[in-house]
Write a protein that binds this ligand. Structure first.
Ligand SMILES: C[S@@+](CC[C@H](N)C(=O)[O-])C[C@H]1O[C@@H](n2cnc3c(N)ncnc32)[C@H](O)[C@@H]1O
Length: 223
């Protein structure tokens, strides 16, 4: 599991865009994020280097789409307008939820946590919350119930709670149960803005000393 965080998931949780790609979605409309793309492309074209709705793409530029397609996009409200009501040449509105992102593969290297991450409880087989977040988001809805019958220090349980799922966590060891208790308590205190967060985790860590868990180690254009 890698610790790189330069790729993020969104939407259906099974596709990814790079942070750089995501940064371009900087506008908001109707509670949705969008980016504004260029409607023109380099090079002259006899059919596309033409005025459209009183806007000219430029002497050595062309519209990226046919005039029919531009009209369709315009009619569907996908083209941003200037203050004077004319189409913006950089006004192709593309929403994040419609983005054509590559599907996630079955090896995930973009979710992890570092050796010194605050998330670490010292539990040997602890999984990163980002991993469970992706799994839970991809496989359930708010209000659903998640079951982790081997829940260890309770990562699945903690994330399920944060994502408004109900949960059932089972573990055979007292250590796991106490770590989970500490984790939930810490979260509740964090939510309440308390500064006492670390105490419960420290207590939980102290309780597990001597156990088997190791200590904190680790478009197309026309020619
Ligand atoms: C790989 S760990 C789970 C780690 C967890 N995903 C996390 O993030 O902390 C597996 C857990 O299964 C528990 N376990 C093993 N056998 C069990 C059993 N028969 N019933 C319940 N829990 C069991 C162990 O105590 C251990 O905490």
């Amino acid at each position: 599991m890698g610790s790189s965080s330069n790729r993020l998931y969104f939407g259906d949780n099974l596709s990814v865009l790079s942070e750089q790609q995501l940064k371009r979605y900087k506008y908001e409309a109707d509670n949705s994020t969008y980016k504004a793309e260029n409607l023109t492309a380099p090079r002259y074209s006899p059919t596309r280097t033409v005025e459209w709705r009183r806007v000219y793409p430029g002497a050595h530029r062309q519209w990226r789409f046919s005039i029919d397609e531009l009209e369709r996009l315009y009619a569907e409200g996908c083209i941003l307008l200037r203050r004077d009501g004319l189409p913006r040449k950089d006004g192709l509105q593309e929403y994040l939820f419609e983005a054509d992102a590559p599907a996630l593969q079955d090896i995930w290297t973009d979710v992890g946590f570092g050796r010194t991450s605050d998330e670490r409880l010292g539990f040997q087989t602890q999984k990163p919350e980002a991993l469970l977040e992706r799994v839970i988001n991809a496989s359930s809805n708010e209000g659903d119930v998640g079951l982790d019958p081997f829940c260890g220090c309770g990562t699945a349980v903690a994330v399920a709670e944060r994502l408004n799922r109900s949960w059932i966590g089972i573990d055979i060891t007292h250590l796991a149960v106490s770590l989970m208790r500490g984790r939930r308590l810490a979260r509740r205190r964090r939510i309440q803005g308390s500064t006492a967060t670390s105490t419960s985790l420290t207590t939980a860590r102290a309780r597990r000393s001597g156990s088997s868990c190791r200590s904190r180690a680790g478009t197309s254009t026309a020619a």
